[in-house]
Design a protein around this ligand. Sequence first.
Ligand code: NOJ
Length: 570
Amino acid sequence: MDADGDPTRAADVDPAAVLADGGRPDWYRDAVVYSLDVKTFQDSDGDGWGDFRGLIDRLDYLEELGVDCLWIRPFYPSPLRDNGYDVADYRGVDDRVGSLDAFDALVEELDERGIRLITDLVLNHTSTEHEWFQRAREDPESKYHDYYLWTSHVEQAYNTSNIFPEYEDGVWSYDEVADKHYFHQFYNHQPDLNVANPDVQEELFSIAEFWLERGVDGFRIDAAHPMVLPKGHNAHRLDDPQWLFRELKRRARAVKDDAVLLAEADDEPDRLDFYFAGGEGFDALFNFVGNSHVTYGVGVGDTWPLYRMFEQIPDAQPNGHVWWANFLRNHDEWNLLKLPHEALEHAREEFREGHGDGRDSWIFGRGHRLRLADLYDGDHDRIAMAHSLLLSLPGTPILFSGDEIGMHADLDLPERQAVRTPMRWDGDEPNAGFSTAAPEELVLPVDGTGWPGVYQADAAGQRGVEGSLFERVADATAARAASPEVARGDCSIVHVDPKEVWAHRFDHDGTTLLAVHNFADEPREVVADVDVAPDAVERVLGASDYDLVDDGVRVTLGGCDYLWLRGERR
Ligand code: NOJ
């Protein structure tokens, strides 16, 4: 990305190289990804749990939305004390959501529709209920003992803060069967794996192979940053931490030559390049810097956070190895640590209350357990504009299930469960169409019963309804699909006045794609300095007026409006 507004660097990009990554098409760069949890998406058998069959039944909806790839969160057997990120068996399917056969049926159905599938791989830790941990604690001589990190002298052991500071004092917990403490960076029921142990490494690689052979197209690698942090009694670091990621990619690509590895690595901006390992490591990284800055900027109606975001993250041009997975919200807290301190403090107060009823949504000392609709006061215009912006940013956009219809958080639920309630399909049906089970049998309560009006947003009330949030998000995904410039072009900021309006452009193959977003509630007019042939300008997305003037394109935007235009460069 080019923060100085100079769009010239695309000139030496070889289009063939752009389309290939070591000979493999980098399909993920053109994809719109949709993140969902099978157990809260659609229940097909009335037991109160979403399942693979239910998801298959809802694929038409996802196609309508313009989704090219699903990222499904953990569905493995698990005690679910961290929503499935506490895996008890890496090669199975939790029987409440289906079976391996049902998983295979999903893969087949997705294949027919040309939709890709990414699953979560949690390689940093297991559940304490995983057989490896059970055998490790029972027998210090077993090979499984060294799958984890133990100490008999906890007072002298390396200590650091836990990632869930509200719930855990530190990173060591006592296990009475082993009569030792074990190391865990997350909850105490999630012992860290000793990723320096070659046997563990082999296990992890072969788990990836197992799922690739079953048809997945890649993985979201959970907690990639904690994987390579110092661990255990002596704060051991891997000699060559990048090797782990390089080897994972090598093994994955040997099974499927376009398998994609997407890292959840919420590291400092100047350390992010490490995870790409010069093109031999992760294919893409979640853009946590972008997430905090974009969602905050749109929320407060100011564009300075976007300027800062473009300055902070490493360059991402399509002929390079750096690539971002952009998102507005995810299934965790909205983590604000990447904002400057004052903005974090401001965001902490500004967005503190969920439904305005005084309940505090701040968690882990770093973020809000709120959905986009809570942050933007249920304003569908602002949510739609934020999605248009997301879909126009360089990188792969990841939609968070339910945000496309403006679902709200349920702060009655503990911790991050607040943002993970079942999909609201149809407010006129029991459990909003998610399940026919009795409400007390649902995996999580369906939100909205206590909240009038906009809080009961559902899919049925928006599908096919012109101007609805769902349709506007679908229009934006269609615009993205029709704009190869975003994934392939050279991005630069277009400086416009006033500061509530953000504009950026992509230059690609003789065309310029201009995207303009008004963060203000009131109309704004800007002139974007782009030099395009007057008779060859086409509207790609949005209904705002525009005309060509001497010094560029003048755009008249309504409150929270947006416009994408394509022109031929002069
Ligand atoms: C990141 C996941 O997104 C989060 O939900 C989980 O709690 C931690 N990793 C631990 O696996």
